[in-house]
Design a protein around this ligand. Structure first.
Ligand SMILES: Nc1ncnc2c1ncn2[C@@H]1O[C@H](COP(=O)(O)OP(=O)(O)OP(=O)(O)O)[C@@H](O)[C@H]1O
Ligand SMILES: [Mg+2]
Length: 266
């Protein structure tokens, strides 16, 4: 489904000089970010540093005050990108608050983007595609007919993932996907993301607070602090970065526990 205008040789995401503000409050100033194709990038930063705002800007949901954003080689701020829905068709999103439609079944939820972008597809084919994505997300067939309120928190995350995968996106955005899951459920979800990334060649923009997730599946980590991306590098490098938040985060008690867990596995 990937359109030919999307240039495979370009980075998956390229942001330059981004500025986002709400009234007097400046959230991002002169922010740069590069995300390579096929990688899982973990995006971390204190609460309120603007991780979700950054994601929404990249998705074109809120135009920034300044800066350039390219997604899959396309200028995300151009009229062409907005009018064609090109980026929307090639990205899947799992929002921080889940946001499944509560009155629709899981299968109907997953069908929504398919109906929106491929209205010419017959109903039964849309249903089959939705069920495929539901199975890919690790849910049983029976989950398709259930309402979100009839699922556990972990299953709801998987249902939201199935919807994010509906259009076979090249690029997947996940905002705190394991928040609220127990450690075992979170680890299983991480594994699922890694498996899907490998199998489908996805690029994954993963916002997380979860240190275990960073150590388990991320190729690189981008740290948001001081209104910009402070460092964007493999974990081993980021851990050494000389900044108070980074040091506290990676070398505080929870950081040490996550590193110890990784060492035990290896
Ligand atoms: N629509 C909005 N209107 C006004 N301010 C906003 C809006 N959206 C976000 N903000 C502000 O922008 C800042 C960054 O918010 P954002 O949601 O990106 O934080 P975050 O890094 O995702 O935090 P968390 O880890 O808690 O999810 C916050 O101070 C927030 O209050
Ligand atoms: Mg957020």
């Amino acid at each position: 489904m990937t359109g030919q205008i999307l240039e495979p040789s370009t980075p998956a995401i390229r942001v330059r000089g981004l500025r986002n503000s709400f009234g007097e409050q400046v959230v991002h100033e002169n922010l740069d970010l590069d995300v390579e194709r096929g990688e899982i990038i973990g995006v971390v930063g204190g609460s309120g540093t603007g991780k979700s705002v950054l994601m929404r800007a990249i998705l074109g949901l809120r135009p920034p005050q300044a800066g350039e954003i390219e997604v899959l080689g396309v200028d995300a701020l151009s009229d062409r990108a907005r009018e064609s829905g090109l980026i929307e068709r090639n990205t899947g999103v799992l929002y921080q608050n889940g946001a499944l439609f509560s009155s629709l079944s899981v299968a109907e939820n997953v069908s929504v983007p398919l109906k929106e972008h491929y209205s010419e597809l017959p109903e039964d084919m849309i249903h089959d595609l939705a069920m495929l994505k539901i199975r890919m997300s690790g849910l049983g067939e029976d989950a398709g007919a259930k309402l979100p309120s009839q699922l556990s928190g972990g299953m709801r995350k998987r249902a939201a993932l199935a919807r994010a995968l509906a259009l076979d996106p090249a690029l997947l955005f996940l905002d705190e996907p394991t928040a609220g899951l127990d450690p075992i459920g979170a680890a299983a979800f991480d594994e699922l993301i890694k498996t899907l990334q490998r199998a489908l060649g996805l690029t994954v923009f993963l916002i997380t607070h979860d240190l275990d997730t960073l150590y388990a599946i991320c190729d690189r980590v981008a740290v948001l602090a001081d209104k910009r991306v402070l460092v964007n590098a493999p974990l081993a490098e980021v851990e050494k970065f000389d900044h108070p938040w980074v040091q506290e985060y990676f070398h505080g008690p929870r950081g040490r526990a996550a590193q110890a867990a990784l060492a035990k596995e290896a």
